[in-house]
Ligand binder design. Structure first.
Ligand code: NAD
Ligand code: SER
Length: 330
């Protein structure tokens, strides 16, 4: 389906960014697309996904990353010169269909990198803490470390990082990447990951006052508030190319906490909040990841610094979602 293609064509100037977001209707894409439109102008950013947007979103096109011919047509028609390639199947959902996950996550990226090589397109590729595995040091995980993940999602993202590095070294593709921690957002729901509890908990705290967590109380994981994630993405993409020394993917840190610690923080605002624990298959995935990240390369190369810690993120989530549920933090 086509939404306002003419508008996009008319307003995009050759010298300006002409941005394609693939997977724009997901947790991060929803917020990133708005931020890119606020930054570069609404008509400079074409949102695409296999899902339709909830509201009218312009410009928007349906696009399956596995339809290589259609991806090429869109890139050519809109004279795209930047791609934010977000489409993926995440860690928990990925385990239900490993071959499909590999196909979408890895072959989808290769389609983007080939087009980037041919047409000198700048690319953003989100990687993840899921690239780490049981042999990776769990605390203060360094940039250069063992990458032996045990999920198909993690395997596809490590491979993706290596292909990004290859396309940069071999073909000079300007591809940039971040290893996002679990992203916590109020604007959109997460889409099938292992860190999803850290968003669901806020909705349930405000709606019902209780939450049954699918991870153990002591499962510490790296997390990042959405505002920090979006700012990091824009800062990385706008940094001068000579400052970008890592072309696989940058470690990125915000905060680390356990479900018990998050629950305690929520209780400061909702004293009657109750949490219970019923770990499922996602516990094994979480146990294979690390608990805190060393992001010194991102800090020194392009000046990364997070603004949100556990306390500030919790207040912000309850305040923003309080408006939705007509409630507010005490
Ligand atoms: P999400 O699941 O919410 O969104 C992904 C989007 O991709 C969905 O809207 C989905 O419809 C779309 N999609 C799936 N298959 C597609 C296909 N074949 N063609 C086109 N679109 C397709 O995921 P998200 O949380 O927004 O994650 C975005 C990116 O960031 C992903 O690459 C993910 O691996 C990465 N990431 C996310 C997190 C997180 O905590 N959310 C953490 C680390 C990395
Ligand atoms: N939040 C993501 C997941 O849990 C990490 O990439 O899958």
């Amino acid at each position: 389906m086509l939404y306002c293609r003419g508008l996009a064509r008319r307003y995009l100037m050759p010298s300006e960014p002409r941005i394609l977001v693939i997977g724009a209707i997901g947790q991060i894409g929803t917020v990133l697309t708005s931020a890119l439109r606020a930054h570069y102008g609404a008509q400079a950013v074409l949102a695409t996904d296999i899902k339709k947007p909830a509201e009218h979103e312009y410009p928007f096109e349906m696009l399956d990353i596995l339809n290589v011919q259609r991806v090429r047509e869109i890139v050519e028609d809109y004279k795209i010169n930047q791609i934010y390639h977000l489409a993926a199947i995440l860690s928990a959902s990925g385990e239900w269909n490993p071959m499909k996950t590999w196909n979408v996550n890895l072959n989808g990226l290769l389609t983007v990198l080939e087009l980037a090589k041919e047409r000198e397109i700048k690319v953003f590729f989100p990687s993840t803490i899921a690239v780490f595995g049981p042999t990776t040091p769990r605390a203060h995980t360094p940039q250069h470390t063992a990458l032996l993940p045990e999920t198909v999602y993690g395997i596809s993202k490590v491979s993706g990082e290596l292909w990004c590095n290859y396309y940069h070294k071999r073909y000079h593709v300007d591809v940039r990447s971040l290893r996002y921690p679990g992203i916590i957002s109020y604007q959109s729901m997460p889409g099938g990951g292992t860190t999803d509890y850290a968003v669901e908990i806020f909705h349930e705290a405000l709606k019902t006052g209780k939450y049954e967590c699918f991870l153990r109380s002591d499962t510490k994981l790296p997390m990042l508030y959405i505002d920090d994630a979006i700012r990091a993405t824009l800062e990385l993409m706008e940094a001068p190319a000579q400052q970008i020394h890592i072309r696989s993917s940058y470690n990125l840190a915000g905060m680390s906490f356990t479900p018990a610690e998050l629950s305690q923080e929520i209780k400061k605002h909702i004293p009657d909040f109750e949490i219970s624990y019923k770990p499922d298959f996602r516990q094994e995935i979480a146990d294979s990841w690390t608990e805190s990240i060393e992001d010194n390369y991102a800090r020194s190369d392009w000046g990364w610094k997070p603004a949100f810690d556990l306390e500030k993120m919790t207040f912000e989530m309850l305040t923003q979602l309080g408006k939705v549920y007509s409630n507010s933090p005490k």
